[in-house]
Ligand binder design. Sequence first.
Ligand code: HXC
Length: 258
Amino acid sequence: SEYETITVERAGDRVALITLNRPKALNALNLRAMREITGAAGELGQDPDVGAIVLTGSAKAFAAGADIKEMQPQSFSDVYAADWFAGWDALSRVRVPLIAAVSGYALGGGCELAMMCDVLIAADNAKFGQPEITLGVIPGMGGSQRLTRAIGKAKAMDLCLTGRMIDAAEAERSGLVSRIVPAESLLDDALAVAAKIASMSRPAAMMVKEAVNQAFESGLADGLRFERRLFHGTFATQDQKEGMAAFTEKREPKFLHS
Ligand code: HXC
């Protein structure tokens, strides 16, 4: 395959699976991984036959962070001029839902990568943290922003300032993940969630993603107006006609994803 750091496959109807594949480095995210993950997810997101994408790692590590060995020799001028990590923004531009299936460590850039996904599912052995401060740096792939919005200022300060890890139960309590599942069934459970999402109207799922992200990114008044306009837009889709007709006729909808 053209990929060195990931594998990409179809995993059932309308679902794609990206698996991080640098086991010897606990899936540390080097620049090549950034290019491959954003490139693969970008291509899959453009495919009308893909309704959801699952991103996962290994049993031991979703990803143990940005690649410390690659970062270690860089100077300020190097990382500033290359705008180190800005390339990850491309993942936020993928418009179909991304599901992070996290087993083991999701630390630093690994936690930040999970937070770039739309649905976070944790195995019961998952561990999250932003240990950058222990290396003398700070989160650089959105951790201080997304973690604060996800779990609030008090917890985000605690995690980013102490570098401590939280387990799956604390992550769920804090609102970082939406569900905890047994480690043995993590991938199956995540693929089932993805299949469920992918069975829905594709434009409706894309609009949900866009609307919820708008709530994350803007004030309430702007967000409500943005949501209302997208809601009006659903009436231009065939799937709205079909979905509402099916309800009225007491049958299952047959979505055309358009
Ligand atoms: C490069 C890494 C790595 C990383 C692990 N490895 N994490 N390599 N970058 N982030 C490598 C180790 O060097 C080791 O390679 C191999 O993976 C196995 O790791 P071990 O440490 O031997 O495993 P273990 O003892 O089980 O400990 C697991 C661990 C620990 C607790 C997750 O690896 C760890 O603390 N990793 C670093 C976590 C971290 O600080 N992440 C944040 C990075 S900064 P060898 O060759 O020795 O076998 C970041 C954002 C920076 O993400 C943004 C600002 C610029």
